[in-house]
Design a protein around this ligand. Sequence first.
Ligand code: SF4
Length: 365
Amino acid sequence: MIKTVDIKNMSFEECRGFFASLGEPAYRADQVFEWLHGKRTASYDEMTNLPVSLRRTLAEVAPLRPPEVLAVHSSPGGATKYLIGLADGNAVETVLMEHDYGLSLCVSSQVGCGMGCAFCASGLEGLVRNLTCGEMIDQILAVSNGIANESPNRRVSSVVMMGSGEPLANYDNVLKFVRLINWKRGYGIGYRHITISTCGIVPGIRRLAQEGLPVTLSVSLHAPDDHTRSALMKINQVYPVGQLIEACVDYANSTGRRVTYEYSLIGGVNDSRDHALRLARLLGGTLCHVNLIPLNPVPETGFARPSQEAVNVFACTLRSAGIETTIRREMGGDIDAACGQLRRRWAGRPGASDPSKRRDEGGRD
Ligand code: SF4
């Protein structure tokens, strides 16, 4: 049996090495990358600037598997969630969000998540596995194809790594993906329009700061003190708040990029004025932006949405302290947009983990 490779999983250097192993010149990698990532071509047959014999070889040794869209849910608020099937029977979510500045895609980096944050659907069943770079490419590919069918002039203009999974726990694949989608003749998404989120893996933040990429770092903070944060996020027991903020401040200083702190407001847990005052003291004077997210309740976690008054007071307290603060526009609570919810419902369906059965029940919901 021929050992096959996934060309969508390759960096430029890896692809050039692959063509060298076939006895082909390096420029073949550029040609194939332009077809794959620029024109989103699904078959080698269409790559007309490659010799026919090479196209046949590639179909054998590096077969192209188009992304499999299992479900698409849209909400009137401008979010569309895609459930993408993987070759091993797993599935991940990716969410397209329509903003006044363009289309933004929220990409998953892992199947499930091992970080076990108490309020999160993705963490409920733990980590299944890391996604490959090719599986992240398939998310943007599937959505870009969907957009092109509806309005050919529109494109994904920004990417946030905030779907299921902890991106910095899958560091190498995520960085390879980020570099690929930045490629000018492919998706062409500027680094400043790419956000990498983390629950607070301090060594990953420090490593990212050394990459020389002006990507936005987004940190899921959710509490201003170790007591509250450790109850919500296990990672805080390894990298407590003080260490985390120090790494974030260093990131901002070395990249010149403002760090975004995500703060899910959970009713009666972290949404008091006192929490807001402590947060203001923690972040005051740093290059930052706080994004408040009124919790999208996940039934299994038992946490409640905060009152509108608590949200307003929290935001006001931060702003009065000079901290730039936004309240996230709610998108897609009605389409299971809280991370991991659509996948969990899909996984409960009969035959969901069996790819052969899955194909019969696939298609748009
Ligand atoms: S919030 Fe993020 S890091 Fe925490 S469990 Fe969910 S996906 Fe993982």
